[in-house]
Design a protein around this ligand. Structure first.
Ligand SMILES: Cc1cc2nc3c(=O)[nH]c(=O)nc-3n(C[C@H](O)[C@H](O)[C@H](O)COP(=O)(O)O)c2cc1C
Ligand code: SF4
Length: 628
């Protein structure tokens, strides 16, 4: 089952060709049930500018087309029906919308102060759920899912911290459930008894201001007769710590909500679904076999590998491209307002363009230089299209910078990108030559039809006023253990990504006293939000002091000087013996000049072109491989 997830693919709040192609790929891959992303049930439900709306009949045609496409592949389809209450994430037009909630109770994460709903508005929204369910029913969908998870409107009614009403919708447990009962009954009245009506709910909000598991379980027990299933997840959109559970990053254990789900499965007579870092069929199988839940949702696992179910059925588990929980291209894109994709499978979200790659008109001999993720993806894509591809890697092992990235604390799973791409290289019979540094002579000797340069980058060291009193190193030296960690260390983080905070955490765990100086307005500004917030939590637990707006300036007599990037005042770190400069990378591209004059097309990608992330490298690998 693929659980509901915003894709940012819709335009004009309607289902379009891109979204149909996206779900069709998963239905073809063997997914049994797709729950489509949230659809707003009332005008006040617009929580992002690119969501689906089910508020009038114009939505029906698109849903019908989507249902037909899924049914043709034997896949069942439900739609999430949604109202965010006070959880308004972004403005649609640069102005702040009026958010409505059961009471005037501020949202901490988006700093929204909602207006209390009047009874008329509650009635309109209940009618909106009913009308939207009817539209899904008419479109031929198999069911709908009432989104009561993640702190959205229904659960705002249940939570006495948010709902301080004194009318029939507030106060007693029964009153706080009234909105649920009215909405669910109205949806049933507008459909029929074969139409599935389920509910998504967080087992607990994972925050001190939120609901706990007992209260949520009592709610599900009370509503059981109105529901066909309960789909459990965790967390709340309302707080930073709670929201991490909306798409838990790789620091969370696989299937970490199975025990929570079991408490619901044991008490409820209707099916219970569970989702949350269940990445592989064997993990799902263990949850089902152990009686923890009746169905496993796998959202990012299917964003990453739409064919995972078929591969599982065909007993090809090693061929599965397992999601690594990096959050970079899926929810990372969503939060920035771009269509979702996958760092490992950039074809996702781009199915219309890259869904099927045409075979090359003529099989050519291609050399790919550099076995990082980008080079591997280029080699795989070119080989898939019928070219004869040889991949050269200078080191003894494939992986490039991903081999170092996986050494950062809590990031071991990032190494999965190497395992997955290596398997694809094998499947597509790419010839791999390790431990060979390619030079002009080798290229001349091989005389390929095209060269793909994916030679990566090396650490960039900024110019400093420097008296030699402090050991200045780059993060690669720390990760490779080339140097002994200092006693009192400053980590200068220009990239605002994983590296600076990761190095700081690592060195503290090894016994150094570390401060982190970030050249930016906040820690991890370049990171997917939930990854950033998880890192912030770890640093806080370790008592690592973080200073922002800090541009590294120089070193004098054991003191490291920074400058505040807004005030231009000096910032001083005294009694320091090591400065780690996390200042990004410069292209390692000398071979380009060396090959000048050769009559062979050269294509560059990834960091050797300009230092960015693995996501750009893999996508450029796909683009180049698709056009060779
Ligand atoms: C890009 C993205 C968008 C999401 N949007 C929604 C949503 O619209 N509704 C919802 O209930 N959950 C949403 N989620 C949460 C997923 O349904 C799922 O619970 C989460 O990804 C954890 O499961 P996984 O580890 O299998 O990915 C979203 C997740 C992602 C990655
Ligand atoms: S981008 Fe990362 S987290 Fe998202 S689906 Fe791909 S591998 Fe998984």
């Amino acid at each position: 089952m693929s659980t509901g997830h915003d894709t940012t693919l819709p335009t004009e709040a309607l289902i379009n060709e891109e979204l149909i192609a996206y779900h069709q790929a998963r239905a073809k891959g063997g997914v049994g049930l797709i729950v489509t992303q949230v659809a707003g049930v009332h005008e006040t439900a617009r929580y992002t500018s690119h969501m689906l709306m089910a508020t009038d009949d114009t939505c029906i045609a698109g849903y019908r087309q989507l249902a037909d496409v899924c049914h043709a592949e034997g896949c069942v389809i439900f739609s999430q029906l949604f109202h965010p209450g006070r959880e308004i994430m972004e403005s649609a037009d640069g102005l702040l919308a009026v958010a409505y909630a059961p009471s005037v109770s501020p949202n901490e994460r988006f700093h929204v102060m909602p207006r209390e709903m009047e009874k008329d508005l509650i009635d309109e929204i209940v009618a909106g759920y009913a009308a939207s369910a009817r539209r899904m029913f008419l479109a031929g969908l198999d069911g709908v899912e009432f989104v009561a998870s993640h702190g959205y409107l229904p659960i705002q009614f249940l939570n006495p911290e948010v709902n301080q009403r004194t009318d029939d919708y507030g106060g007693s447990f029964d009153n706080r459930l009234r909105f649920f009962r009215e909405a669910l009954a109205a949806m049933r009245a507008e459909t029929d008894e074969n139409f599935v009506i389920g509910m998504r709910i967080s087992t607990d909000d994972r925050d001190d201001t939120g609901l706990e598991s007992e209260e949520v379980l009592a709610c599900c027990v009370a509503l059981e007769s109105l529901l066909d299933y309960v789909s459990v997840t965790a967390g709340t959109s309302a707080t930073i710590g709670g929201a991490v559970h909306i798409a838990p990053p790789m620091a969370y254990q696989s299937g970490y909500l199975a025990n929570d789900a079991k408490r619901f499965t044991d008490r409820l007579g209707i099916p219970v679904f569970v989702t949350g870092r269940i990445n592989q069929p064997h993990e799902a199988e263990a949850i089902l076999a152990g009686g923890f839940a009746d169905m496993c949702g796998m959202t990012r696992a299917l964003i990453c590998d739409p064919d995972m179910p078929i591969k599982a059925c065909e007993a090809r588990p090693d061929d599965i491209r397992a999601c690594i929980g990096c959050n970079q291209a899926c929810i990372g894109h969503f939060h920035r307002g771009y269509p979702i994709s996958c760092i490992q499978h950039p074809e996702t979200g781009r199915e219309l363009h890259y869904g099927t790659l045409p075979r090359a008109e003529r099989s050519r001999r291609i050399i790919v230089i550099g076995g990082g993720p980008g080079g591997m993806k280029a080699a795989i894509t070119a080989a898939k299209r019928g070219h004869q591809v040889t991949l050269y890697e200078g080191e003894g092992q494939l992986g490039g910078q991903a081999r170092l990235a996986q050494l950062l604390p809590g990031r071991a799973e990032f190494g999965g990108i190497i395992t997955n791409l290596t398997r694809e290289l094998e499947i597509h019979q790419v010839k791999i030559k390790r431990g060979i540094w390619v030079d002009r002579g080798l290229v001349e000797k091989e005389a390929p039809d095209a060269v793909v340069m994916a030679t990566g980058a090396t650490p960039y060291m900024p110019k400093l006023e420097f008296d030699g009193s402090v050991q200045v190193v780059d993060p690669w030296q720390i990760l490779r253990k080339d140097v002994k960690p200092g006693r009192r260390v400053v980590v200068a983080d220009w990239r605002n990504d994983w590296i600076g905070p990761g190095i700081a955490e690592m060195m503290v765990r090894e016994g150094s006293s570390v401060e982190l100086a970030v050249n930016g307005t906040n820690l991890g500004a370049a990171l997917p939000l939930y990854v950033r917030d998880n890192i912030a939590a770890e640093l806080h637990k370790l008592d690592i002091r973080v200073t922002t707006y800090a541009r590294v300036f120089g070193v004098d007599s054991g003191t490291v000087f920074f400058q505040h990037t807004a005030s231009r005042n000096a910032m001083v770190f005294e009694d320091i013996d090591m400065l780690v400069l996390c200042h990004g990378h410069r292209p390692f591209d000398g071979l380009k000049a060396e090959m000048k004059g050769l009559d062979i097309p050269i294509h560059m990608l990834g960091d050797c072109l300009a230092s960015r992330t693995a996501e750009e490298a893999v996508y450029e690998g796909l683009k180049i491989g698709a056009t060779l």
